[in-house]
Design a protein around this ligand. Sequence first.
Ligand code: AMP
Length: 127
Amino acid sequence: MAYAYDDQNVFAKILRGEIPCTKVLETEHALAFHDIAPQAPTHILVIPKGAYVNYDHFADEASDAEIAGFTRAVAEVAKQAGVAESAGGNGYRMLSNAGPDGHQEVPHFHIHVFGGGFLGKMLYFPG
Ligand code: AMP
């Protein structure tokens, strides 16, 4: 199935500067900003600048430079936020939702970076 990207999604609008965000980091291939409804003391979203719906779309169609740049940006965000152990923090969790079962709300690939306190077990599965 081909990937269908909706360029009216909220993160596409942020990338185009049509709506604001609280920027944390910007690189050639990635933009990071605070989640508008944080679910942990640190809750940052990292998005690629390219138009990708989800992780599998990104992995299939992004260039090696985009993938490397984005991956490094996520790590840099964790360091700059002070949650990466390599930066003196106490750890973090990365999460990316995809599709209906993943409860993805915004159809532009993004990674959540959570931290700033104990995050509990990995997953709650309501059944
Ligand atoms: P997901 O369910 O993985 O698609 O998560 C989408 C996330 O985007 C949620 O955590 C929202 O709180 C967040 N979000 C939605 N709109 C904005 C916005 N304008 N700025 C920052 N975060 C947003």
